[in-house]
Design a binder for this molecule. Sequence first.
Ligand SMILES: Cc1cc2nc3c(=O)[nH]c(=O)nc-3n(C[C@H](O)[C@H](O)[C@H](O)COP(=O)(O)OP(=O)(O)OC[C@H]3O[C@@H](n4cnc5c(N)ncnc54)[C@H](O)[C@@H]3O)c2cc1C
Length: 1086
Amino acid sequence: MTEEPVENILKLTHLWVKHHLNIYSVKVAAREEVGMGSWKQRMDFPFSRSGLTLGAACSLSLMKDILTNAISEYPEEKTKVFCAVLQQLRTLGGEQIRNVASLGGNIVSRKSTSDLNPILAASNCMLNLASRGGKRQIPLSDIFADGVGNNTITPEEILVSVYIPHSRKGEYVSAFRQAPRRENALPITNAGMRVLFEEGTDLIKDLSIFYGGAVSTTICAKQTCRTLIGRHWNEQMLDEACQLILKEIALPGSPSGEKVDYKKILVVSFFYRFFLEVLQSLRTMDPCRYPGIPMEYRSVLQDFKTKIPQSIQIYQDIEPSQSPQDPVGRPIMHQSGIKHATGEAVYIDDLPSVDGELFLAVVTSSRAHAKIVSIDTSEALKGPGVFDIITAHDVPATNEFYYSDGPEIIFARNKVICVGQIVCAVVADSDIHAKQAAAKVKIEYEVLEPVILTIEEAIKHNSFFEPKRKLEHGNVDQAFETVDNIIEGEIHIGGQEHFYMETQSVLAVPIGEDKEMDVYVSTQHPAIIQEMVAASLGVPANRIMCHVKRVGGAFGGKLLKAGLLASVAAVAANKTSRAVRLILSRGDDMLITGGRHPFIGKYKVGFMNDGRIRAVDAKYYINGGCTPDDSVLVAEVSLLKMDNAYKIPNLRCWAYACKTNLPSNTAFRGFGFPQSALVTETWITGVADKTGLSPEKIREINMYKENEQTHFKQKLDPQNLIRCWNECIEKSAYYSRKTAVNEFNKQNYWKKKGIAIVPMKFPFGLGTRYLSQAAALVHIYTDGSVLLTHGGIEMGQGIHTKMIQVASRELNIPMSCIHFCETSTTTVPNACASAGSAGTDVNGMAVKDACQTLLKRLQPIINKNPKGTWNDWIKEAFEQSVSLSATGYFRGYNENMDWEKGEGQPFTYFLYGAACSEVEINCLTGDHKNLRTDIVMDIGYSINPAVDIGQIEGAFVQGIGLYTMEELKYSPEGVLYTRGPDQYKIPAVCDIPEQFSVSLLSSSQNPYAIYASKGIGEAGLFLGSSVFFALRDAVTSVRNERGLKKTFALNSPLTAEQIRASCADDFTEMMKNNESTSSTPRAISV
Ligand SMILES: Cc1cc2nc3c(=O)[nH]c(=O)nc-3n(C[C@H](O)[C@H](O)[C@H](O)COP(=O)(O)OP(=O)(O)OC[C@H]3O[C@@H](n4cnc5c(N)ncnc54)[C@H](O)[C@@H]3O)c2cc1C
C-alpha cells in the first residue's frame, strides 16, 4: 500500500465525492488501494496477509470482480466473509447500479437498505478515515453503535478505504436478503451474521448479528449476541436466540406501509437459516459429533438463482402455396423494433421544441375529500421563469365532461375528491422551473366527510356508481337446496398500475389563426382527445388536430385520462398563446391517473361430492375511485366473463362499481376479466379442497361441453378450449411433473414446489356495434410508394406492422413499398379507441377495404398490361386520372346485450387458452422462483406469429405482476405511497419462467375476423394466474405436511409476505406470542 499524504488523499477523494453526487458521472477513484494500474495489478494490489483493503471509490462491480478473484485464489477457510459479501453483491441493485455505485457511497450514506453494511459490520470490517486532523481507523460497526447510524464519522472526515478481514478457522459468516423482487429491488430486510467458535468446539466465542431494512438504519442485535456467548450451537440456543432477537429488534411500522410482522418473521427466519448453515458446516469439521441437518432441510441453504430464461415459440408454418411476397402469417419483426431498442423511435418528449414553448407542471390535491378554501399562487408566481398559473377559471368552456354517472373533471373548482386531483397548473420556461413553482402553490382545505377509500367503506356508505348490474341464470336458490356441499369465501384482488414506459405526455401547439391547435399526445384514442380539447376550449372539433405517431405503452391507461391531461395542456396553450408541453413524472403519473380496479369477490358455491358445480351466488365489488370513467363497464365485463371456462347451470352475480375518494380507476388490459376469472378459479380450487379431488379434475368436470350456452345465453363452441387444455396437459407433461413435484415436496421441508394448470375462455367483443367501427386511408403516390393510415394506435403491440402486412397482401406489393406515418384525426375522423384487443380486427378490415377499392380501380389497367410492374400501373393510372387515394371502412361487429333480460350476444367470438406453471417457494422467506410455464393459445390464424406470441408472452408476464408482486399501497388518508419503481415492482427478467413455451393452437380458424385471426392483446394476461395457483399448490403442500387447516384464503397479489405468512410454523407462532405484533398497519387495503 502506498503511503499518500493526507492532503493528497483529501484532494483526490473530495474531487471524487463532489462529482460523485451524480450517479452517472465519471468517478475519480480514490487512489489509496484500488483504481490505479492495469487490471491485473488492480486485482492483486489490495490484498494483505490478514485481509483485503478496498478504496472507497471502488465501484461495486469492481468489488465483485475482486472478491470473485480472491475466492478462487485463497483457501476456503479464509474467504467466508468475501463469499458472504459477494452473495449480497450478486443481487444488489442491478448491473448498471453496481457499475456506478461505490463502496464508500454505499457505506457512508448509511441507508437502512444498504446490503453491504450489515455484512461488513458483522464481519469486523474497518473503515480508514481521513480529515485535516489526520487519519484514523474505526470498526464499521461503530457507525451504527448509537442505533440511529449517526455515530462516529464527522462531517470533516472522508472514508478513504475499507478493510475486509479474512475469516478464521472456526468462523462462519453469512448474508441474507429478501426483496420484493429478486433483482433491482431494495431489500425489505437483510442480515449479516458471523459466529466464531472456541477451537474444536461448538461453543460460541464471538457472535455478531446485524440487520438492514428493519428500522431506519442498520441495526445490531448486541444484547442477543452478548447473551449467547458460551452457549452451544444447538436447538436450545436457537430458541433462546429467536426470543432475544425479537425482543431486541423492536420494529416500528414503516411509513411506506410495509408490514412489520413480515420483517419480524424474516429477522428470525434469517437467523434460523444461519443456524442451519452453521450446523451443516460444523459437520464438515467433525461428522461424528455434529451430524449436520436432516437431508430434507438442506435445499433451503441454496438461494434461488436467476438463469437466462429459455423460451420456445411454436406456431404453424404458412401454406407452401402462399406467394413468397405475401407476408400474412409470417413472423415479421415489429417495424419499429430496432428503433425502440436503439432509442431512435420518437415519442412526445422527443419532439423538437417549438419556438416559445412552455412547460407545464400540475398542482394536485393533498386531501382525499375537502373544500378548497383558498389557492395562494403568489409565491409560485415569483419563481424564476414562471409564466402563468392555470386554474378552472381559465377553461373557456367545458371543465366537466359527463360520459356516464358523474363528471370527469379537468381542474378541481370548489372541492377535491381524491388525493392527486389536479387543482391548477404552472407554466414556465423550463420543466424544472414549472415544478419548483408548482411546489410553492399553497392550497387551504376544509376537510369534508365522509372520506371513503376502501370497498368496505363504500359498501357501508352505499356509495356506488350507477347502474349496478346483475346476471341471473337458472334457479340458484333451489339448486343450493339439492347440492351435497357448499363453500363460501371472499378474495381481495389489489389494483395494478399501468406502468407504461412513456408516462402521460402532451404537446399542445396553438397554430395562431382560427383557433386551430395541433395536439401531439400519447393516447389510445385521438378522437376523444380532439372531442375533449375542443369542448374545453369551446371550439368546433374541426379546429383541433390530434396526432399520434406511437405510444410508449398504454394498456388501457391512455383513454379518458389522456383526454383530461390534453385538455389541461390545451387550456394553458390557449391562455398563453404558446406551445405547452406536459410530460408527467412517473410519480405524478402514478398518483394522478389511477389503474386497474381493486376488486373484492364474495362467493357461495354449491356442488356435488363428485365435483359437479351446480350453483354459484356471487357479489363483485370494484373500487372505481372518485369519477365513473369506465368503472360500470368494467363491472359489466367482469360479470359477462365470470364463467371463465365453465358451465354453471345456476348462477347469480351482482357487480357494483364503488365510488370512493381514490384517484379514478380506469381501463386496463383484460378490463375486469383478470379479476373475475381469478375469483372463479379460486372457488374451483376451494371445491377441489373440499371434495378431495384435484383442481384439474374439477376444472375438467365443469368445463364447457358441446352445444352449451353462456349464462347470458350466447352459444359457444368449446372444441378449441378442450383442445388447448389437452395440448397443454400433454406439452407440459403435467401429470408426470405433478408426480415429480410431489416427490420433491416429500424430500424437502423448507422448499416446496407447486404446479397448476388453468384453462381460459376469453370472449372478444365491445358490446355494441358502433364501438368497433373503423376506417383507413390509403394513398398511392406516383412513384409507387404507398402511405397507409388507419384509426388504430401503435402502442408497441405491432398494429402498424400487421396493417402493412394486410395492405401488402391486398395490393400484392412488398411491405417495403408501404409506409405508415401517424394516426391523426385529420386523416381518419371519429376513430374508435384502440382497446379491447380489437385494433387489428377492425382496422385490418378497413385497410383491406381501402386496398380492395384501389385495386378495383387499378384492375382494368393491370388487365391491359398484365406483365407491367406496379410502378407502370400507377403511372398509367395517374395519367388516366384514376384516383390513387381511397378510404376503407368497417361497420363493426353486430354485438348487443340486454341487461334487463340478462341476455344477448355481447361477444363476436371466443379465444381459448391454457397455461401450466410450476414454481418453487422458500418457506422461510416466502421467496419464489418461476420454474416453467407452458401456454397453448387458440388465436385463430395468426397474421404475424412473432408479434402475436410477443403479445401473449408480454401479457402473461404482466399477469404475473398483477397476481404475484405488484402492490399499490395507500395511507389511511388516501395518499398513494407507491409512486415509482423503487416502491412498486413490476416483473423483471428474474421473474420470467426459466423455461417458457408458447404454442399457438394449430388449424384454428375464425370466420369473423380478418384472415381468420383473433384479437390477442389482452387474453394472455389472465394466464399469469397459473403462477398464482402453482404458488397456492406449493403452499397447500406445506400446510398439508404441517397438518394446518385445509381451507385457507389467499389474496392477490400473492407476495412473498403472504406466502411466508401462509406457511405457518414455529416462527409465525412466535410472532403471535410476541407482544409488539399488534402495531397498526400503515397501509390500507383499498
Ligand atoms: C436504482 C438503485 C437501486 C439500488 N439498489 C440497491 C440495493 O439493492 N442494495 C443496496 O445496498 N444499495 C442499492 N442502491 C444504493 C447504491 O448501492 C449506492 O449505495 C448508492 O447509489 C450510493 O452510492 P454512490 O456511490 O452513488 O454514493 P453517492 O450518492 O455519491 O454518495 C452518497 C453519500 O455519501 C457521501 N460519500 C460518498 N463517498 C464518500 C467518502 N468516501 N467519504 C465520505 N463521504 C462519502 C456522499 O457525499 C453522499 O453524501 C441502489 C441505488 C439505486 C440508485
